[in-house]
Design a protein around this ligand. Structure first.
Ligand SMILES: *[C@@H]1O[C@H](CO)[C@@H](O)[C@H](O)[C@H]1NC(C)=O
Ligand SMILES: *[C@@H]1O[C@H](CO)[C@@H](O)[C@H](O)[C@H]1NC(C)=O
Ligand SMILES: *[C@@H]1O[C@H](CO)[C@@H](O)[C@H](O)[C@H]1NC(C)=O
Ligand SMILES: *[C@@H]1O[C@H](CO)[C@@H](O)[C@H](O)[C@H]1NC(C)=O
Length: 249
């Protein structure tokens, strides 16, 4: 990882020197960022300065998955060329507050360097007032970690959460192959932090939970699922907000 501004400068210089190649070919910002943050909004510059030249028929993409449990937020972000999909901006709230919050954003666009979002200010606006509003009786082990949680303190849950979630995710694609462990309070039922939406741009998320022995085998999980779609307008961008609410039978 790490930025390599020199390489970016060289490429940009070449582009400037031969505008014909710009007209024909697509160039995209490239980068991968994987981290656990206290506040991801200003945590990093998502536009690294690295540049990737794409094959014909490609798009530029920028995609990020954010998962907050307790005070920590996992950030898995990718930029680069992609050959699949179509131009679109997608914002999905996989699991809503209170409790564990999971959102993803993906932008596929057609012009060189159009994947130029620098921070997550427009994407990440979690609830601030979660800490004081806690229930007296529900506590959950809480953590989020790349790999495995080293410790997961049992913390009081926000009101309106109903259970503890414990799951392992594997995020693959877009230059990322990373395991993630997530524990915390939620109102999501079952192993459904992603709400059944497992693609985040070029990333694919595999979600696995260790059920208590009472729960039925996995096949019974394909119960009634419904997604609620709504469109939001944000300040600078028209974002398609796909708000998923999932009910398991
Ligand atoms: C982020 O990095 C890009 C490329 O290096 C640079 O052009 C841009 O100014 C940076 N943005 C911020 C807010 O530092
Ligand atoms: C890509 O498409 C352009 C214009 O259609 C064409 O001139 C160029 O040869 C193509 N490049 C490759 C590598 O196929
Ligand atoms: C979150 O951070 C605040 C301030 O640093 C701290 O007071 C609070 O105990 C933390 N909460 C959790 C759940 O870790
Ligand atoms: C949270 O739930 C507890 C117990 O149900 C209740 O006493 C308390 O008033 C609730 N707090 C808020 C802020 O809703």
């Amino acid at each position: 990882m790490g930025t390599r501004p020199l390489q970016g400068w060289l490429l940009l210089f070449l582009l400037g020197a031969s505008p014909l190649s710009l007209a024909q070919n697509l160039y995209c910002h490239q980068g991968v960022y994987i981290s656990i943050e206290d506040d991801p909004r200003h945590a990093f510059n998502w536009t690294t300065g690295k540049v990737e030249a794409c094959d014909n028929g490609s798009f530029c993409q920028e995609s990020v998955l954010l998962i907050k449990a307790g005070n920590k937020t996992a950030v898995l972000a990718s930029k680069g060329c992609t050959t699949e999909g179509s131009p679109a901006m997608t914002f999905i709230q996989h699991s809503p507050p209170p409790g564990i919050v999971t959102v993803s954003y993906s932008n596929y666009c057609e012009e060189s360097f159009c994947n130029d979002m620098e921070d997550l200010l427009q994407i990440w606006k979690p609830e601030r007032n979660e800490v004081p509003r806690v229930t007296a009786n529900l506590h959950c082990p809480t953590c989020v970690a790349l790999g495995t949680c080293l410790n997961a303190p049992s913390l009081p849950c926000p009101n309106d959460t109903t259970r503890c979630y414990q799951g392992k995710l594997q995020i693959i694609g877009g230059g990322i192959n990373s395991p993630l462990e997530v524990k915390g309070c939620t109102s999501v039922i079952g192993c459904r932090l992603m709400a059944g939406v497992f693609t985040v741009g070029p990333m694919w998320v595999k979600e696995v939970c260790q059920y208590p022995s009472l729960i039925q085998p996995r096949k019974a999980e394909n119960g009634a699922t419904w997604l609620l779609f709504s469109v939001w307008r944000l300040e600078l961008l028209l974002l398609l907000l796909l708000q998923s609410v999932v009910h398991c039978s």
